[in-house]
Design a protein around this ligand. Structure first.
Ligand SMILES: [Zn+2]
Length: 265
């Protein structure tokens, strides 16, 4: 058993007994770890305040190689994202980042670059204009895919290997684009529409995509497609509570701005 320290992004917490918590973190030195924080849920404690979801904290813990849980000794907030924590919509985007890391990353393999990608995404969600939050999440999803070793293929058709041409469609279950020829002959390969495919290709190529200027249907399609793509690699469908919540918020916003639509129908 060794006393170690690391920076950590808190992904989620569970209650443990009356006053303690289990805190799931992504750390820069040890990858994903599960920490026991004794007394963290007693009011007013510094430990509990530093181990709330979506904070970056410096943590000191007793690491036991091969054991699932480690005991926290100290934790101190290093970085908080004030807008993200104040605004329920930004909080939902931040929670999507945490949920994706929790679901897709396993084991204690340190990956400081992934740590940087996670903190960078939270930083962007904290500061970007609200209309661009989708774009921030999509960029994070593609960066996460790269870090996990499943970079999507855009250079050639994933079915025939040929040059996909300019209008290739993204097939999330196949991890890349499908050319026109294959699309015509192989019905039943699920692909994203032309606008969503073009946006995903641009995002993956590092080009800026203004998510706020895209049609709402295309935006939803890009999000669903990227989650299908990540889920395919994870071997299960990725239903994120935070994304369900955002969909609910959007439906309410739409019904607020179009109050008479149902009457006209
Ligand atoms: Zn093809």
């Amino acid at each position: 058993m060794a006393l170690v320290e690391s920076r950590a992004v808190v992904l989620r917490t569970y209650r443990l007994g009356e006053t303690s918590s289990i805190v799931v973190c992504y750390t820069d030195n040890f990858g994903k770890v599960r920490l026991v924080a004794k007394g963290a849920r007693k009011g007013g404690g510094r430990l509990g305040a530093a181990l709330e979801p979506l904070l970056v904290s410096g943590v000191v813990f007793y690491r036991r190689e091969g054991k699932d849980l480690s005991l926290v000794s100290q934790a101190e907030v290093e970085r908080e994202f004030p807008e993200l924590r104040r605004d329920v919509v930004r909080m939902a985007y931040g929670s999507a980042v945490a949920e994706l890391v929790d679901k897709l990353v396993s084991g204690e393999e340190p990956d400081p670059r992934l740590f940087g990608v996670i903190v960078g995404a939270l930083d962007e969600i904290d500061s970007a204009p609200e209309a661009e939050l989708d774009g921030a999440l999509w960029r994070f999803e593609l960066a996460l895919a790269r870090e996990l070793g499943y970079t999507p293929e855009f250079g050639r058709c994933v079915l025939c290997g040929n040059d996909p041409g300019g209008d290739a469609r993204f097939a999330p279950r196949h991890g890349g684009v499908v050319c026109d020829g294959c699309l015509a002959t192989r019905a039943g390969v699920p692909v994203a529409g032309a606008a969503a495919s073009a946006a995903i290709a641009a995002l993956a190529g590092g080009e800026g995509v203004a998510s706020g200027s895209l049609d709402a249907v295309v935006r939803d399609e890009i999000g669903d497609t990227l989650r299908d793509f990540l889920g395919e690699h994870a071997g299960r469908s990725l239903r994120l509570r935070s994304i369900d919540f955002l969909a609910q918020v959007r439906r309410m916003e739409r019904s607020e701005t179009e109050p008479d639509q149902h009457d006209e129908d």
